[in-house]
Design a protein around this ligand. Structure first.
Ligand SMILES: Cc1ncc(COP(=O)(O)O)c(C=O)c1O
Length: 394
């Protein structure tokens, strides 16, 4: 990379590994490297590191260490949670109906789609409002005698809207239905206390909170019906086979501790900067709108749509100006496709093609936001001019 300062505003996609995390991980690559299942000193040291990490995480989440399963990240945790409950429930003859939302991450939505398409399950997707918010009353209304799982994310990764997971947990428990929540985006933003939240399964991914990529966890409340989706050794109490990734598990626990250490201050700081960014964008750029809920949103997430704009072009211009952002659209086929999340929120197809997500982090400063606010209006204007030229028939 060049020496130009790069303003990274894509923390919802991934975060840098904190120096404390890296430091904690390093000894477990080549000093303490034994297989935790072994019977010697090296093995015991590795095993102890995992056990300490599990203990520390359990303390933070206010749960039993037995309820923590280490995984390779958010996607695996979501897959494991949904398949694990669905299979166990089906085997027990409990039913085949799953309640979810239309704005879930693909790790959830595609897992449920596959269960429905090939394994005889059925799903109800409750609607979301214009802010991407699920109404717990809709979840309750969707419950059938054969409902075996409710899966609703804690916060959406594209628009940052926070869902009423406490209320959904209460009603799921009242109906005796396991509740899974993809909490990947909320770690460090809200407290996840498993004695307060009536959540049975919760997915986390370390790289979203300054830990390494490729490690995460699944919390499984004791007594939740669960069948492992991989088979092999008896690691993780038979729920997830395979030699444990010791350094990454240590990194995950360290990152979680850091996220909880300064949560209130970090949330307050990022909320202020986020609101400065949102207000600045809406005041200076015509035909711009905020996507997601104005207040019930992740403290670091600002997401917009710009009329008559191509999101990819905005991102390229931002990148050339030293700013990294993201859009909700996918461009796999060469033809930009708007995000399904924005469409189900009722945002117009053309408008949704101009989606921009800027997600702040621990290192984001007032100067960074000032710089973006200085550059973005001109970028949007340029992209709009290009867009208009493309609309003129040849
Ligand atoms: C809401 C949500 N769930 C799941 C995932 C997947 O996590 P991972 O990258 O660890 O597989 C992501 C990552 O973007 C996410 O934002």
């Amino acid at each position: 990379m060049s020496n130009q300062k790069f303003i990274y505003l894509d923390h919802a996609a991934s975060t840098p590994v904190a120096s404390e995390v890296l430091e904690a991980m390093l000894p477990y690559f080549s000093e303490t490297y034994g297989n935790p299942s072994g019977m010697h000193k090296q093995a015991r040291a590795s095993s102890r590191a995992i056990s300490n990490a599990r203990q520390e995480i359990a303390q933070i989440l206010n749960c039993s260490p037995k309820e923590i399963v280490f995984t390779s990240g958010g996607s695996e945790s979501d897959n494991m949670a949904i398949r694990g409950v669905a299979w166990a429930q089906k085997l027990a003859g409990k039913g085949k109906h799953i309640i979810t939302s239309p704005i879930e991450h693909s790790a959830v939505s595609k897992t449920i789609d596959q269960l429905c398409e090939y394994y005889g399950f059925e799903q109800t997707q409750v609607s979301v409002d214009q802010y991407g918010l699920v109404d717990p009353a809709d979840v309750e209304a969707a419950i059938r005698p054969d409902t075996i799982l409710i899966s609703i994310m804690a916060a959406n990764n594209e628009v940052g809207t926070l869902q009423p997971i406490a209320e959904i947990g209460e009603l799921a428990q009242a109906h005796g239905i396991p509740f899974h929540s993809d909490t990947v985006q909320v770690v460090g933003a809200i407290e996840l206390n498993m004695q307060d939240l009536k959540m049975d399964l919760l997915a986390m991914s370390a790289h979203k909170f300054y830990g390494p990529k490729g490690v995460g966890l699944l919390y499984i409340r004791q007594g939740t019906p669960f069948m492992p989706h991989s088979t092999g050794g008896s690691h993780e109490a038979g729920r997830r086979p395979g030699t444990e990734n010791v350094p990454y598990i240590v990194g995950l626990a360290t990152a979680l501790k850091l996220a909880y250490q300064d949560m209130a201050a970090s949330v307050a700081r990022q909320t202020r900067l986020r609101d400065k960014l949102i207000t600045g964008v809406l005041e200076t750029i015509p035909d711009a709108a905020l996507t997601g809920h104005p207040t019930l949103r992740l403290p670091n997430s600002a997401s917009f749509v710009f009329k008559d704009c191509d999101a990819t072009a905005i991102l390229m211009h931002l990148d050339m100006n030293g700013v990294g952002g993201a859009s909700g659209s996918a461009c796999a086929t060469g033809m930009p496709e708007p995000s399904d999340v924005l469409l189900v929120m009722g945002i117009d197809y053309q408008l949704a093609l101009g989606a921009l997500r800027l997600t702040l982090g621990r290192s984001t400063t007032d100067e960074d936001i000032d710089y973006v606010l200085e550059k973005l209006p001109g970028i949007v204007q340029t992209v709009r001019q290009l867009h208009q030229m493309q609309q003129v028939p040849a």
